[in-house]
Design a binder for this molecule. Structure first.
Ligand SMILES: [Zn+2]
Length: 215
C-alpha cells in the first residue's frame, strides 16, 4: 500500500491507493479543516494594490487551450508566489471516483487527473473559462503537494493564497480555491452519473506543447 495525496470534495477525505489492484480506500479526515501555514502577501502591503500581473494571469487562463498551457500558468503562479518550482512532471488522465479530483502519488513525478470529472464540468458549464479555472485549481493543488507541502490544510491554504495573489480575490480560480472546485457542480446529481472506466492515459508533451482536454 502506498499513501498518496488526493484532492477531494468538501468532505475532505484522504485516499489510500493500492498499487496492486488500483482500488481506492477512503476515510474521513476531520483534522485538516483549518487554514494555516505560509501567508503570501497580496500586492503592496502599504498601498493595498493588487498585483499588476493579475490581468495577465486572468487573460492567460481564459485563453489557455489545454492542459499544457494551464500547466505553464500553474508553474508561473507558484514560482511568482512561492519561488518554488519542479520540472519533469507528468500528467495522466483516469476515470476516478467522482468526488476525487486528482491525486499525486508521493515519490513520483505523476499527477493523475479525473477525466470523468473534467468531462462533467465541460458538459455542465459549457464554458472554457470555467473549465480552465477548474483544471487550474486541481493541478495547482497537486503541484503544491509535489513540491513537498504534504499537509492537506497547508496545500489548500497555499492554493488560495497563490490564486489570490495572481488572479485577485474576485476571480473564479480564487473562489474555487477558497470554497471548493466542486462548487461549480453544486446542482449536478453527481452520484447519479454512470462512470465509464477507461484505461489510464498519459498526456503527451504535458510540459511542452498544447494538448486538448480529451484525447
Ligand atoms: Zn491534497
Amino acid at each position: 500500500m502506498t499513501y498518496v495525496i488526493d484532492y477531494v470534495d468538501e468532505k475532505l477525505m484522504h485516499v489510500l491507493f493500492d498499487n496492486s489492484n488500483h482500488d481506492f480506500f477512503c476515510w474521513n479526515s476531520n483534522c485538516a479543516t483549518k487554514r494555516n501555514g505560509t501567508t503570501i502577501s497580496n500586492g503592496d502591503p502599504e498601498t493595498g494594490k493588487t498585483s499588476l500581473t493579475a490581468d495577465g494571469y486572468r487573460s492567460r487562463l481564459d485563453k489557455a487551450g489545454g492542459f499544457s498551457q494551464i500547466w505553464e500558468i500553474v508553474k508561473d503562479a507558484v514560482q511568482d508566489s512561492l519561488g518554488e518550482n519542479r520540472g519533469s512532471m507528468m500528467l495522466f488522465l483516469d476515470d476516478l471516483p467522482i468526488h476525487l479530483g486528482a491525486y499525486h502519488p508521493l515519490g513520483t513525478n505523476n499527477i493523475v487527473l479525473n477525466r470523468t470529472l473534467i468531462q462533467i464540468v465541460e458538459a455542465a458549464t459549457k464554458s472554457k473559462r470555467l473549465v480552465n479555472a477548474f483544471v487550474y485549481s486541481l493541478l495547482v493543488h497537486e503541484y503544491i503537494h509535489a513540491l513537498g507541502h504534504v499537509s492537506e490544510a497547508d496545500a489548500r491554504n497555499l492554493v488560495y493564497e497563490i490564486s489570490k495573489k495572481c488572479f485577485g480575490e474576485d476571480h473564479i480560480a480564487t473562489r474555487l480555491a477558497k470554497e471548493s472546485p466542486w462548487t461549480l457542480l453544486r446542482d449536478i446529481p453527481l452520484n447519479a452519473i454512470e462512470m465509464p472506466k477507461r484505461v489510464m492515459e498519459i498526456v503527451k508533451d504535458f510540459e511542452k506543447s498544447n494538448q486538448k482536454y480529451i484525447v
